[in-house]
Design a protein around this ligand. Structure first.
Ligand SMILES: NC(=O)c1ccc[n+]([C@@H]2O[C@H](COP(=O)([O-])OP(=O)(O)OC[C@H]3O[C@@H](n4cnc5c(N)ncnc54)[C@H](OP(=O)(O)O)[C@@H]3O)[C@@H](O)[C@H]2O)c1
Length: 324
């Protein structure tokens, strides 16, 4: 082998191969962050597409300073899944919680057992089913508080900064080079030895804020009103009880303080569930209050308030899906 082809082979060997499932707001944001830190071609990234054939797609990104950049991204079509997925070292799943299983089902059997999967959605629950679907792959979980909005299918704008918390859930650990790449590319990202308490803490904020803003058609800040205090306290109290049954110890007072901080810090925002209901889209309620209800039933704990919030949002969804 010539010197040039040897060094190319070495680079191909060491260059982390990352695939993203879900070219939505968060998928395009993560793609942008991984590729813009990719000056020396340190990462090879593509999207796994549902189309039959592969294509190059021009993606536009607007950053927080309103600067626009455009770059070509590789979308791997079904015809090329088998050879591309076999090389993937990290598969980042950026679809909505209710899309995770359907997105992974056709893909997982084509992944190498050495591939690692990272779920990056709001809420909890899909990880339980995904961990049953693995063929030797390791699984990590994460949550991000960054904000992104799709302006059009191929134009995404970042709308907010925020922390991204990541950590191992089951099976083989993420390759150290891949992990370092991920943490160096995603701003304010952190690896946790035990990610579960972080996910439960994030869930507490979603459990309290998301359904109430959607039901009462209000901005986050309005939940500071006295009329919501009892229901917020009850929903978070139930979450703490269910988490305890899962051996996750959470501090109720600390969580409530955090919920009210988020209400204040995001006072003028509309929550994602509020927007989903207003636009008559399916919500992530099943992975938020629905997850509390599910886990409560497994531990025969009462979670009446989460059940009520879950039922109210489900009824709203049924109302507009039956009109469609
Ligand atoms: N956007 C934010 O600011 C933000 C912030 C924090 C957390 N999150 C969370 O991040 C997750 C993703 O949110 P998002 O805002 O990025 O949602 P999104 O814009 O709807 O993105 C999801 C993308 O996944 C695609 N998809 C669905 N099923 C697929 C499949 N089987 N194969 C390939 N692609 C598939 C969807 O395509 P179709 O539309 O064609 O189905 C869509 O483009 C959610 O859990 C959300 O709550 C979002």
């Amino acid at each position: 082998m010539s010197l040039i082809s040897q060094s190319a082979a070495d680079e191909a060997h060491t260059q982390p191969q990352i695939s993203i499932v879900g070219a939505g707001a968060i998928g395009q944001l993560i793609y942008q962050q991984l590729s813009s830190a990719n000056h020396s071609n340190a990462v090879s990234i593509n999207f796994i597409s549902r189309t039959e054939t592969s294509q190059q797609q021009s993606l536009t990104f607007t950053n927080l300073a309103q600067q626009q950049t455009t770059q070509m991204a590789e979308f791997v079509g079904r015809n090329d899944w088998s050879h591309k997925l076999l090389k993937t070292q990290l598969l980042i799943v950026c679809v909505k919680a209710y899309q995770v299983i359907a997105a992974l089902k056709p893909i997982i059997k084509l992944l190498s057992p050495n591939c690692h999967i990272l779920l990056l959605h709001n809420g909890m629950g899909p990880h339980l089913d995904v961990s049953q679907m693995l063929n030797g792959q390791g699984l990590s979980l994460g949550t991000t508080s960054q904000g992104a909005l799709k302006q059009s299918p191929w134009h995404t704008a970042q709308t907010g900064q925020g922390v991204t918390q990541l950590g191992a859930f089951s099976g083989a650990l993420m390759n150290e080079t891949v992990k370092r790449t991920l943490l160096s590319c995603i701003p304010q990202s952190q690896w946790y030895e035990d990610i579960m308490p972080m996910l439960w803490q994030k869930l507490a904020i979603n459990v309290a804020i998301n359904p109430l803003t959607a039901i009462h058609n209000c901005r986050n800040g309005e939940l500071a009103a006295e009329q919501y205090r009892n229901i917020i306290t009850a929903a978070v109290t139930e979450l703490v009880q269910v988490a305890a049954a899962e051996s996750i110890v959470l501090d109720l007072e600390g969580l409530l303080t955090r919920v009210y901080q988020v209400i204040e810090l995001t006072a003028s925002n509309y929550s994602s569930m509020h927007q989903d209901v207003q636009h008559q889209r399916k919500t992530e309620i099943e992975a938020i209050n629905g997850f509390i209800v599910l886990m409560a039933s497994r531990h025969t704990i009462r979670a009446e308030i989460n059940q009520q919030l879950f039922a109210s949002i489900t009824a709203l969804e049924q109302g507009y899906s039956s009109n469609a």
